[in-house]
Design a protein around this ligand. Structure first.
Ligand code: NAG
Ligand code: NAG
Ligand code: NAG
Ligand code: NAG
Ligand code: NAG
Length: 469
C-alpha cells in the first residue's frame, strides 16, 4: 500500500496480555469459513475465524486504569517490557459488530463507519485470518492461486477495501510477555514499515518500524482497482511496489460501475502465482489476475492477460533493489498471513489508487469528510475465499476462449503515477504470436498465444493452465 493506515491512527487503546492472566477475558472470534483446494481432491472447508488488530483492544491494569495514553503507553506503568506485562493486561471480548465487522458462513462484511450516539464514527477495522489453533494460518501461494468474491458497490472514491498478505509471525509474536499473541491480533507488519507502540506483539522500545514482505491482492473501491507486490530486504521494502492498475494502463472503461468488470455487482477475483518450473520450488515469474462475473470468465484488460511479470517488475524502478518478484515469491513460498481491511485516507484522499492518472476520481472527492457525509453506509463484503492448486479454486459456466480476440504478449506494470510497458520479444510466424518461455499458453479462458517460442513446448498442467516449458 502506498499509504497504509498505521496502527497509531487506529482506534483507542493498545494491549498486552498479562503474563499471569491470559484467559481473564478471552476473545471470541467471528467464524469465517475458508476453503483449501487441490486439483485432485476439490475444496475442503476450513474452521477459520477473524481476529481484529491488537490496537483495537483495551489495555488496562487490574484496577481498570488505562495503560495507554493518546501518544503511546503510560510510562509509569510501562517503563519497560517486563514491567508493562506485569502491570497491564489485554481486554478480550471485543465487540466486533461495534467495530463494523460481521460474518456469516463464508462471508465477511466490514464497514468504515458505525452509527453511535453522536452520529456515525469511523471504525475502519483491520482483521487477520485466524486458525483453530490460535495462530495465523500461513498461506503458501507459490505455484498456487487465491480466489474470493467481493462486493465493492458501496465503496466510493477515496475508500479502500483491501485483501492482502503480510509475512507476519504465525503466533503474532507470542512470548512470555504476550501470551495471547495472534488470538488478540498482535504482530502486524507490512511493507510501509509501520512504527507502532507494539512490535511483533511486544512493547517497541527500540523505536524501529516493522517491515515485512507484503502482497496486495486487492486494493479497490467501486471506481479503481490495483494489485501490487511489495518485496522487502532485511531493512526496508519496496514501498511503492510494482503494481497493476488497468486504468493507469489506459483501460479506462474496464473496471467500474457498468464497466467490463461491473462493480455494481459482486465479482470473483482470481490471482495466480506462477513459477518458472511450474512447481512450488520454482521462482515466481508472474502474478496473473482473472475476473469472473455472472459465472463467466471476463476477458483481461490487457491482451494476453493482466499480468505482472518478473521482467516488468525489475524494470519498474524501485522493485529491483528488493529482488522484485523473486523475493516476493520466496515469502509466498514460506507462507503469509491473510489480512482484511477497510480504510479511508485523510492525508492523500487515496489519490494514488483512484485519481488521475490511476483512476477517474477527482483529487478531492476521496476526502473522508465527504465520504462520511455521502456514504456513511460504505462497506466491503468478502466471501468464498479459496486457495490451492492452479485452476482448482474456481469454475465458470462458459468458456470465453471461444470468443475471438487478437492476442499479443504485451505486458505492463505500473508504479504509482508512472507506467512502464514492456513488450517481450516474440518470434512471430504467419501462424500468429508466440508465447515466451514460462509464459501461459493455454487453459480455459485463455485468450493469448497458444504457440510457444522455439524450442519451448506448450505443456498441459490442468484445464486452466498450460505453460511454455
Ligand atoms: C499513569 O499511571 C499512573 C499509575 O496508575 C497514574 O497515576 C498516572 O495518572 C497515569 N498517567 C497518565 C498520563 O495517564
Ligand atoms: C455490540 O455492539 C452492538 C452495536 O453497537 C450493540 O448493539 C450490542 O449491544 C453490543 N454487544 C455487546 C455485548 O455489548
Ligand atoms: C516475533 O516473535 C516471535 C515469537 O517470539 C519470534 O520467534 C520471531 O522471531 C519474532 N519476529 C521478529 C521479526 O521479530
Ligand atoms: C516506538 O517507536 C517510536 C518511534 O521511534 C517511538 O516514538 C515510540 O516511543 C516507541 N514506543 C515505545 C513504547 O517505546
Ligand atoms: C478515515 O477518516 C476518519 C474520519 O472519518 C479519520 O478519523 C481517520 O483518520 C481516517 N483514516 C486514515 C487512515 O486516514
Amino acid at each position: 500500500m502506498l499509504s497504509k493506515l498505521s496502527s497509531a491512527l487506529l482506534v483507542g487503546a493498545v494491549a498486552l496480555v498479562h503474563a499471569q492472566n491470559p484467559d481473564e477475558t478471552p476473545e471470541s472470534h467471528p467464524s469465517l469459513t475458508t476453503y483449501k483446494c487441490t486439483t485432485a481432491g476439490g475444496c475442503t472447508a476450513q474452521d477459520t475465524s477473524v481476529v481484529i488488530d491488537w490496537n483495537y483492544h483495551w489495555f488496562h491494569t487490574s484496577d481498570w486504569l488505562s495503560c495507554t495514553t493518546n501518544t503511546g503507553v503510560n510510562s509509569t506503568l510501562c517503563p519497560n517490557t517486563a514491567t508493562c506485562a506485569k502491570n497491564c493486561q489485554v481486554q478480550g471480548d471485543s465487540n466486533y459488530t461495534a467495530n463494523g465487522v460481521t460474518t456469516s458462513g463464508d462471508s465477511l462484511t466490514m464497514r468504515q463507519f458505525m452509527p453511535g450516539a453522536d452520529g456515525y464514527q469511523s471504525v475502519s477495522p483491520r482483521l487477520y485470518l485466524l486458525g483453530p489453533d490460535g495462530n495465523y494460518p500461513q498461506i503458501k501461494l507459490l505455484n498456487q492461486e487465491l480466489t474470493f468474491t467481493v462486493d465493492l458497490s458501496t465503496l466510493p472514491c477515496g475508500e479502500n477495501g483491501a485483501l492482502y498478505l503480510s509475512e507476519m509471525d504465525a503466533t503474532g509474536g507470542r512470548n512470555q510477555y504476550n501470551t495471547g499473541g495472534a488470538n488478540y491480533g498482535s504482530g502486524y507488519c507490512d511493507a510501509q514499515c509501520p512504527v507502532q507502540t507494539w512490535k511483533n506483539g511486544t512493547l517497541n522500545t527500540s523505536g524501529s518500524g516493522y517491515c515485512c514482505n507484503e502482497m496486495d491482492i486487492l486494493e479497490a473501491n467501486s471506481r479503481a482497482i490495483a494489485f501490487t507486490p511489495h518485496p522487502c530486504s532485511a531493512t526496508d521494502c519496496d514501498r511503492g511496489g510494482c503494481g497493476f492498475n488497468p486504468y493507469a494502463l489506459g483501460h479506462q472503461s474496464y473496471y467500474g460501475p457498468g464497466g467490463t468488470v461491473d462493480t455494481n455487482k459482486p465479482f470473483t477475483v482470481v490471482t495466480q502465482f506462477l513459477t518458472n518450473d511450474g512447481t512450488a520450488r520454482g521462482t515466481l515469474t508472474q502474478v496473473t489476475r482473472k475476473y469472473i462475473q455472472n459465472g463467466k470468465l471476463i476477458a483481461s484488460a490487457v491482451s494476453g492477460g493482466d499480468t505482472i511479470t518478473a521482467e516488468g517488475c525489475l524494470a519498474s524502478g524501485t522493485s529491483a533493489a528488493f529482488g522484485g518478484l523473486s523475493t516476493m515469491g520466496q515469502a509466498l513460498g514460506r507462507g503469509m498471513t491473510l489480512i482484511f481491511a477497510i480504510w479511508n485516507d485523510s492525508s492523500q484522499f487515496m489519490n494514488w489508487l483512484d485519481s488521475n492518472p490511476n483512476g477517474p476520481c477527482s483529487s478531492t472527492e476521496g476526502d473522508p469528510a465527504i465520504i462520511l457525509r455521502n456514504h456513511p453506509d460504505t462497506r466491503v463484503i468478502f466471501s468464498n475465499i479459496r486457495w490451492g492448486d492452479i485452476g482448482s479454486t474456481f469454475s465458470t459456466s462458459q468458456n470465453p476462449s471461444s470468443t475471438t480476440r487478437v492476442a499479443t504478449t504485451s505486458r505492463a506494470v505500473t508504479t504509482g503515477a508512472t507506467t512502464t510497458s514492456k513488450q517481450p520479444t516474440t518470434t512471430g510466424t504467419a501462424a500468429g504470436p508466440t508465447q515466451t518461455h514460462y509464459g501461459q499458453c493455454n487453459g480455459q479462458g485463455w485468450t493469448g498465444p497458444t504457440v510457444c517460442e522455439s524450442p519451448w513446448k506448450c505443456t498441459f498442467a490442468n484445464d486452466w493452465y498450460s505453460q511454455c516449458l
